[in-house]
Design a protein around this ligand. Sequence first.
Ligand SMILES: Cc1cc2nc3c(=O)[nH]c(=O)nc-3n(C[C@H](O)[C@H](O)[C@H](O)COP(=O)(O)O)c2cc1C
Length: 202
Amino acid sequence: MKDIFEEGKVYEVLLVTKSNVTPIGVVRKGNKFHFKLFGGKSFQEIKNSPFAVLHVIQDVELLIKAALNMELNIEFEDAKTVPIKRIKGMPATIEGKVEWKEEQWKDELGETKVLSCVLTPTYQEMSLIPIKPLSRADYALLEMGVLLTRLFVATRKNKVDLARKIYSKIWENYQLYKHLGGKSELAEKIIGLSVISVRWNT
Ligand SMILES: Cc1cc2nc3c(=O)[nH]c(=O)nc-3n(C[C@H](O)[C@H](O)[C@H](O)COP(=O)(O)O)c2cc1C
């Protein structure tokens, strides 16, 4: 797995905890994977049961649907080395034990608690799947998804200027997505949720 994760670079993967699936950005340092959890269900679950499965996927829509808690068309099976489930049929799987530390975090969205996590792999598995060509449309959609989760926080905290700034970045990425031939209705959904979020909270 070392070969596919360049050390120090952030990669977006699916995190499976005791009963939750969510996208996270991980960074490999040596043979360990580092990530941060900002509040939410995964945060609590890792604290109560420090095991996780990381799935490397090429499906941007699955990452975004998991972030928005939409229905995912997936099946679970028991993980091999940790007492939680993992998703069946994923291209690559890393199971591991998680050491965590609660820390204070400050950025433009404000101050909050984060769970700083380090996963030590106990088992890794990679399957041969056909490679998918790179599309900038996928990256634009991925960026829209990440920005939307930031917009939710900005509007919840009543940061009006920041929320407008994030909204306009989402809109720019949407234009790019369409320009590059993106067709997923998830893009419209993100725009819809952004408009609602900005209108109702600012
Ligand atoms: C591509 C992508 C990457 C994300 N990376 C992270 C991350 O590294 N840490 C985090 O706390 N939330 C991340 N998020 C946001 C979470 O998915 C979102 O806040 C989620 O609702 C919180 O997770 P929960 O299901 O654990 O409550 C990401 C979202 C997207 C779309």
